[in-house]
Ligand binder design. Structure first.
Ligand code: NAG
Ligand code: NAG
Ligand code: NAG
Length: 438
């Protein structure tokens, strides 16, 4: 187990009440947003020199209510919605209230402490914790440049202590990763910058020798698939298909031991009820959980020689699925407090609970802009309930979380434009930590 786990044996109760609601909500979303929005990602990927160095009070004490001018009265509003949505206006009858699913949830402040930044900023990277060492893999530096190395952080003395290369053929972002405490398995992911396609290639790193080896490729390429080791088998499911956008439902596994595949081919397993990338995949208490995610993602613009990213319709969801012990049935558990995606390495297991940091929620209903998440969520494995336990110093997606010596750490990802603007902006390498008190 890569993550720090305190095992408590728990009886897993069943709960299927979420299924119906999720189906209704997702159907309504599909109906309402059937058209394809084609905006350049570049605008949400720009870099800024001005950013907060310290945690600030970016969330008001009371739940924030977003008030929007009526879109039908001024269609041009949608072009500058990022500036408009956060002006709090009270009581005007010409305004309407929109669903608050994309709003910040009320959450306590946490005393965040800034640690040394990673050697490079990275977006859509991956991370695996092995005891006191945090292996941070690949990711974009900018949309036109991807990393092909690993940076290592030592939680004992809080230093970035090593750097080594990844194989030339290995994907550079949106990897599926899992570890047994020595070997790190890297499955599929996107190869190259912008919105190039995923590869099926699969590798394993021996963290003691820092040598890489290749493994049997996945039956098909997958972009940001949910990946975990469970009972001696590497499980890979969901993600997007070759075009980055179409959700994959397939689920495969292969027996592995000491960094080697024990089988020549991947075995087909029970498909996941809902496909798509950017989900947390966690094995704890001998159960496999898949949390949050989305359907759809940016695709390469047709005919673009550089595979330029262009936005496509996405549905973000808060679904939680648990694979039962016989691996025959997915159970539907209570959903996240709000839809959340881009959390594949944003989780840790602490004291019989799963902690999730940041992410992205549903697009703004009018502007269609991406809205980042700044809450810290906790899923209690004994009661199968969610709570919001705090705020990050800012909203951030695809951040990489670790837990050591009572501290929750996060580094990297893409942060917001500021306390009052939840749209993505700067790609960061910053690292922060806070002591958890429970
Ligand atoms: C929207 O903007 C365009 C270009 O600036 C302008 O021609 C048009 O009149 C505007 N529409 C409204 C309803 O303000
Ligand atoms: C991590 O830091 C501790 C304390 O300085 C040190 O003893 C240990 O060797 C370090 N580990 C690595 C792999 O650098
Ligand atoms: C977790 O459990 C241990 C032992 O029961 C306790 O000492 C610790 O304070 C708890 N909380 C965290 C955040 O580790």
């Amino acid at each position: 187990m890569a993550k720090n786990v305190h095992h408590h044996h728990q009886h897993q109760s069943k709960n299927n009440t979420g299924t119906k609601l999720v189906l209704i909500v997702s159907f309504a979303c599909l109906l309402g947003l059937a058209c394809i929005v084609n905006l350049l990602w570049a605008s949400s990927f720009s870099f800024s020199s001005s950013y907060l160095r310290f945690a600030s009070t970016w969330v008001s004490e009371k739940p924030r209510i977003f008030v929007l001018p009526r879109a039908e009265e001024d269609p041009n509003t949608t072009d500058k919605i990022g500036d408009v949505i956060l002006k709090r206006k009270k009581g005007s009858p010409s305004e309407r209230f929109l669903s608050a699913t994309f709003a910040d949830l009320p959450a306590p402040e946490l005393p965040w402490e800034q640690m040394p930044s990673a050697p490079v900023p990275r977006l859509d990277g991956s991370a695996i914790q092995i005891r006191n060492l945090f292996y941070v893999l690949s990711g974009y530096g900018t949309l036109d440049h991807v990393h092909s190395h690993v940076d290592v952080f030592n939680f004992t003395d809080n230093t970035w202590c090593a750097r080594f290369d990844t194989p030339k053929d290995m994907a550079n972002s949106h990897l599926g990763v899992a570890s047994d405490g020595r070997y790190i398995y890297v499955v599929s992911g996107q190869y190259g910058p912008q919105c190039r396609s995923p590869t099926a290639r699969t590798f394993v790193l021996d963290t003691q020798t820092r040598k890489w080896r290749s493994m049997p490729p996945l039956p098909a390429p997958r972009y940001a698939p949910a990946t975990q080791l469970w009972r001696g088998r590497l499980h890979v499911m969901g993600g997007s298909k070759e075009n980055r956008h179409t959700p994959g439902l397939e689920h495969w596994s292969i027996a592995v031991k000491d960094g080697k595949a024990l089988e020549k081919e991947w075995r087909t397993e029970i498909p996941i009820p809902r496909g798509g990338p950017h989900r947390a995949c966690v094995v704890v208490n001998d159960r496999l959980f898949v949390i949050g995610g989305q359907e759809g993602d940016f695709m390469a613009k047709p005919g673009s020689p550089i595979f330029k990213c262009s936005r496509r319709h996405e549905v973000v969801y808060g679904d939680v699925y648990m694979l039962d012990a016989e691996m025959k049935k997915w159970e539907v558990l209570p959903p996240l407090p709000k839809p959340n995606s881009h959390i594949e390495c944003s989780w840790v297991v602490v004291n019989n609970s799963i902690i999730i940091t940041g992410g992205t929620t549903e697009k703004h209903p009018v502007s269609k802009r991406m809205i980042l998440v700044g809450e810290v969520f906790q899923f209690h494995l004994d009661s199968l309930t969610w709570s919001v336990i705090g705020k990050l110093p800012y909203r951030v997606k695809t951040t990489l979380a670790g837990f050591w010596d009572g501290y929750l750490y996060f580094t990297s990802g893409q942060r917001d434009r500021g306390p009052d603007n939840p749209q993505p902006r700067k790609v960061i390498g910053e690292m922060w930590r806070t002591k958890l008190n429970f």
